[in-house]
Ligand binder design. Sequence first.
Ligand SMILES: Cc1cc2nc3c(=O)[nH]c(=O)nc-3n(C[C@H](O)[C@H](O)[C@H](O)COP(=O)(O)OP(=O)(O)OC[C@H]3O[C@@H](n4cnc5c(N)ncnc54)[C@H](O)[C@@H]3O)c2cc1C
Ligand code: FES
Ligand code: FES
Length: 440
Amino acid sequence: MNITFNLNGKPVCYAGTGTERLLDVLREGFELTGTKCGCKEGECGACAVILDGRLVNSCLVPTGSLEGRNVVTIEGFSEMPMFKEISEGFQEVSAVQCGYCIPGMVLASATLLEQNADPDEEDIRTALSGNLCRCTGYNAIVKGVGIAADKLGRDRTPREVFPRGNKREEFIFPRTLEQALSLRDQTDLKPCGGATDLLVGEPDPGSFFFLGGIPELRKITTEDGWLRIGSEVTFTEMLESPQTPQILKDAVSGIAAPAIRNMGTIGGNIGNGTAKADTSLIMFALNAMVELSSVDGTRLIPVSEFYRGKNDLAIEDNELITALLIPDEDIGRYMYEKVGGRRALAISRISFAGILKQEDGIVTDMRAAFGAVAPTVLRLPEIEKKLVGRPVSEARDMIPEILDDYSEAMQFTRGRVSAEYRKDVCMNLLGEFLRTRLAA
Ligand SMILES: Cc1cc2nc3c(=O)[nH]c(=O)nc-3n(C[C@H](O)[C@H](O)[C@H](O)COP(=O)(O)OP(=O)(O)OC[C@H]3O[C@@H](n4cnc5c(N)ncnc54)[C@H](O)[C@@H]3O)c2cc1C
Ligand code: FES
Ligand code: FES
């Protein structure tokens, strides 16, 4: 397979299989060794490059997804405006120790400064949150980016520095839903969104087709009382859209780090079938529906029925997830918490989403969803219903009883943490939710 794309501003053609990692192709095929390899799992950011203006981890980019797209590596960026100020900023505070992380740090800084002329420390730390420095030079690096922002001018109007635009070929890059559904029906190729799950570990060579070029799967729209999020909408696009409900933005902003959020999609997050997927928790809490399409038509299924068990989804071999549909309604008071091992790049150990609606002092709806504690997200509608129709003061008095009900009914599995720890944390989160949201 020949893949033609723009590399550091010049068209190149790479002959290989579509599932080779861009990282390997850059280093071995094009001898661009400024792109470093740390983990090959999207965790360290050493391999970061810019793809159509977004920071991505090249170890998780299948080369087959590049047709017609623009890749900029550190070598290309070193010839571009803005490199000078960033490198001077880093030099002034001696931010470079062994240097291994620096190409990724510089590119992460560049994508921040391209969009934000006046970043504060928090903005810089967030932008660099997916880049690990083994020499732990973080404070100096953060200062260096701040100096670069000063040098570039904090009152400048941000403008695009990196090339965008993607012209994609049709075969493994279907451009219409019809083509994608027919590929799904007639081949064994796996659907691929951002590949941030598929390329972790050893991918099956030559087995993907890429869904990112289908316009109708990349939209967020409101239709007939539903918010429709196309399956190929990325986490970053969800964060950027004013239509995305805040509870979903809260969950998405805690996923991984910018380079993963720029690639990972909601379709892939639901399609991977795990109860640790952060958007799946929110979909359970919001009573979302999964839209599944095949050459035979389209059907909707409640998300709670879509997940049958661990990695067991109610999807036929010829179907694709084409959207998530969320009731377009005011959800009242909510609470979202993710408990992970660290702030960025942490897979949920436990996650919780609670929703509480009240009208004229009466509870009209209560939902509590627990993620990462069992084979699928847990909700217990029979207990939730107990509070509905009660005056708020009466519902508050019932909190100990409700906590007992949950504690008795919920079955926790052991994961990275013990079942007992999961239970304690879940009960604490539920208690906090009920006490703080059940208020006049
Ligand atoms: C370093 C790192 C950190 C991460 N942190 C988090 C985190 O904090 N929270 C979290 O929830 N996830 C996290 N993930 C996992 C991953 O980023 C998400 O699950 C992401 O949503 C996957 O989306 P994708 O588009 O990349 O999926 P892909 O890798 O493209 O696909 C994932 C699965 O879904 C299937 N699939 C994709 N699209 C469709 C479709 N339209 N229809 C049917 N099946 C489909 C694929 O065949 C595959 O089986 C992390 C991953 C990495 C590498
Ligand atoms: S090599 Fe670590 S993120 Fe790619
Ligand atoms: S400077 Fe050594 S890894 Fe960051």
